[in-house]
Design a protein around this ligand. Structure first.
Ligand SMILES: NC(=O)c1ccc[n+]([C@@H]2O[C@H](COP(=O)([O-])OP(=O)(O)OC[C@H]3O[C@@H](n4cnc5c(N)ncnc54)[C@H](OP(=O)(O)O)[C@@H]3O)[C@@H](O)[C@H]2O)c1
Length: 445
């Protein structure tokens, strides 16, 4: 596929000369959506003022990928080993997935090459070990594009916020979920219609389970927890709740509570416990989370000294993600260029990582939405179960006009712990009038 050629190199072109350090050579592995944009930005910005030079592009069956604007001295290959055997300084991994990306990244680091990657799966699964491996080999490993695409939250955690002691990170990390939820909110369309629309517009894959059921967001949360809270937590340890049962009626009831619904990923470090959860949650409609529309990402951090910070922007897309990759390249290149000829570059100090107990036992108010076949005594039965579990009702909301054979109504609860609530939910699901298990969402104030 040929595409619009990039603009000619920028006017601030500074040729590499004897006064400037020689350009560092870069191999791009994966010439897809992000890889093409990275190559284009490097070309248009004239290899970042002579600091970086793209020398290799690796992609399987690369002939169909070739573009006329790629300089003729760039070597094209489909062989990862050619990259590992070459003398490139920095390898950019943009093929995605675990295999063969992990092998490539380990091989590059073992060969003394620094690595930039946008690979969320790889870093969520192997980030702590790879960081240690990079450090042991005197190399750098940067992964700024692996969470929130073009939003520079990981670089901020690495530099701008490294002087703080962070204890909380929360975010809207999945653009697909946010698109779907904000579409249901705006037009009160059914979940299935919002999903179909997201798929038609390319915001959701044909099988969107990873997005809808929270797998994508919890991998990103584990990376944020690694970089910001300095903890080792695998995605599988983080509870993920699906957005699939959210219905237009939930936005009606949420709005009566001054709220809307978003998929929120949150992690709070409390001494030796990491509280972590991903899933749909009620948030105040006027809050930063409540105002994030469509497929944007937002990350909020909470620090002991600096308080709260917010990072908002495009969480995906070739160009925004490529900006994050090229920024990482600049960071690595400047560190490599600053290294002394005798000792070489100074590698990152390895992060001191804790391995806390992981729990989802947050204490919050709750939104419980029931779908019942109407009959006398429903509220009394539910109230009896809640009271037996020492749970306090805050409000009961029931709008008129629904079919009595499938009646949705809401009970909100005063703050209680997740673990205290769940046995009550199980008892309530077994009641004869319940058409479905109740939808239970935390209310984040
Ligand atoms: N796209 C985004 O908005 C975005 C945002 C944040 C992070 N990321 C991350 O960025 C990375 C790249 O994403 P992308 O959207 O650019 O993916 P993509 O469009 O699928 O590009 C991947 C490229 O790698 C090539 N490739 C795959 N396996 C290979 C192998 N074994 N050897 C050589 N080439 C191989 C593919 O070739 P074929 O053409 O043959 O498939 C394709 O050209 C992923 O880790 C992704 O999670 C992407």
């Amino acid at each position: 596929m040929q595409e619009t050629p990039p603009k000619t190199p920028g006017a601030n072109f500074t040729p590499t000369s004897r006064d400037n350090p020689p350009a560092l050579s870069v191999a791009l592995v994966g010439f897809g959506t992000v890889g093409r944009s990275v190559a284009k930005i490097l070309y248009e910005l004239n290899n970042r003022d002579g600091l970086l030079r793209l020398t290799h592009i690796c992609n399987r069956n690369f002939e169909r990928k070739k573009q006329p604007w790629v300089p003729s001295d760039v070597t094209w290959t489909d062989d990862l080993q050619t990259i590992l055997n070459s003398d490139v300084d920095i390898v950019v991994e943009l093929i995605g997935g675990l295999t063969p990306a992990e092998e490539l990244v380990r091989g590059a680091l073992a060969a003394g090459k620094s690595v930039v990657t946008a690979n969320k799966q790889l870093i969520a699964r192997h980030g702590p070990d790879l960081l240690q491996f990079a450090s042991a080999n005197g190399c750098q490993l940067e992964f700024g594009a692996s969470v929130a695409g073009g939003v520079p939250v990981l670089p901020a955690l690495r530099t701008g916020l490294s002087g703080d002691r962070l204890h909380g990170i929360a975010g809207i990390l999945n653009g697909t979920c946010n698109y779907i939820l904000s579409r249901i909110e705006t037009d009160r369309i059914p979940f299935s219609e919002a999903l179909e629309e997201a798929q038609a517009r390319g915001y959701a894959e044909a099988d969107a389970s990873e997005d809808l059921d929270g797998g994508d967001a919890r991998a990103k949360l584990s990376i944020l927890a690694l970089a910001g809270l300095h903890v080792r937590v695998s995605p599988a340890e983080i509870r993920a709740r699906t957005i699939r049962p959210i219905d237009a009626v939930d936005f009606d009831y949420a709005s009566e509570l001054g709220c809307t619904i978003r998929q929120i990923s949150r992690a709070d470090l409390k001494e030796t416990t990491l509280l972590a959860d991903v899933g749909p949650s009620l948030v105040p409609a006027s809050s930063p989370f409540g105002r994030v529309q469509r497929n944007l990402n937002l990350v909020l951090t909470s620090g002991e000294y600096g308080g709260d910070m917010a990072f908002l922007g495009a969480g995906a897309g070739g160009d925004p993600t490529a900006v994050a990759v090229v920024s990482d390249l600049m960071f690595v290149a400047e560190r490599l260029a600053a290294g002394s000829p005798s000792t070489g570059p100074r590698p990152h100090r390895p992060l001191q990582l804790a391995s806390p107990r992981v729990s989802c036992d947050f204490e919050t108010p709750w939104y419980l939405r029931f779908l019942v076949k109407d009959q006398p005594g429903i509220i009394a039965s539910l109230a009896a179960i809640l009271s037996a579990h020492q749970l306090n009702i805050d409000a009961v909301l029931q709008n008129s006009g629904f079919d009595k054979n499938a009646l949705p109504f809401v009970i909100t609860l005063e703050p209680c712990r997740d673990a205290q609530l769940h046995p009550a939910l199980e008892e309530m699901a077994a009641l004869p009038f319940a058409l479905k298990p109740c939808l239970c969402l935390p209310i984040l104030r």
